[in-house]
Each structure stands twice: as structure tokens, then as C-alpha cells.
Write a new protein. Sequence first.
Length: 227
Amino acid sequence: MDEMTVREMKGGVLISLPEKPWYQQRDLLISRIQTQERFFKGERFALDVGGAEWSQDQLFKLLGDLSNEGVCLWAVLTTSGVTQASAQNFELQTSISAENAAEKSENLQLPKDGHIVELRTKPLKKSGKVAFKANGVMIGDVPEEAEVVAAGSLVIWGTVRGCIKVGCGRDFSSRLCVLRYSDPGLSLCGQLVEEPKRMFNTAPLEIRYDDGNVHLQAAVARKFKLL
């Protein structure tokens, strides 16, 4: 296989990449999405990378890039043990059924994933990385040098000292709620959030995007909701 192929399947599309190094596959995929933005925007897809080796950091960066383009990656097909382990670390599927792959386009019914919420309770280590494909709830702290990205809204029941990027799927109704926050590094829908130092480590915060601007306010527990 020398060229990238795109095939419709149940629940989205299957993109098969040529047998090339991971960085060439990445560049080819992002370039194709950007040149056919109207087709891919809001799409869910499975990615077949063949035997290319993708580390956790490389795959994490790709998830962020794809979220910025408004697409959702839900499965990675591979013959590489390294790539399979990386995909499983981010809870991406590593196989799809033959029925899904053979589904005809006229029978496709894309699921409405706007209300999907992913829960994470596993502690995040320093320099750790987490990617939520939709909305997310994270119980625990985000330590220094750690990074968390979410395509939709995000609630963090803990102290944030690392980098947070929310609304990467360009859903401008996305919101970010954090229990405590002690260091700059929050981004909502591509805009950096400027938080007054007086609000550091004070009260729970709710950050939302409205009328082209980012709004930040103190919140109470009862207001912590995604939908």
C-alpha cells in the first residue's frame, strides 16, 4: 500500500496509511484532513497504521492534533506491539469487526457522541499524559509537567498544576471545571485562559466559552456538570 485510503464503515470511516515511519504517516494524515476539512470535520475514524511504531508520546500528540482539526480517533489498527500498547494506554480500540468495515455508506448512522463522558480515577504521574476523546471526568490531581486534553468538556476533581486543553474538538459549548488551580496553563477552545493570581488555590472554578470570549468564575460543587 503506497497511498492513504479512506473507506466508510459503520460509525465513521476507516483510514489506512501506507507503510511508512510514524512521522510520515502523521504528516500525510494531517495534510489530507486539512485539505478535505469539510469531509472530515466532526468525523469519527479508525486508523490503520500497519507496522509503524507509535510511542505513547507520539500518539498523544496526534490525538491533540486531530482534536484541533475537529475529528475523533476511536481505534488504531496495527501489527506493531509498541503501537498497540500505546493505543491501549489511551483506551483506543485496537480491532474492529468485519461487519463494521464492510458497512455500506447508505446505511451509515453516525452516533451522536456529544454526551459521552469518560471517567478516569487512576492517579496521573508527573509528566503523564491523558487524552479524552469526548467529555471527561478526572478524579485526582494533575501534577507538574503533566498534560490533559479533552475534545469536549472536562471536570477535574483535584488540584491542577500541569497543562490542560479543553474543547479541542471545537465544540464552543465545552466547559472546564477544576477543584483547585495553582499554575497558568489552561486552554479552552484554543484560547489561553488568563486566571487572576488571587483565584489560585481558592475555590472551584468554572471556565466557559461564550460570544467569542473565555469567561472564568468561581463555582460551587452543585454547578459541576458537563451536560
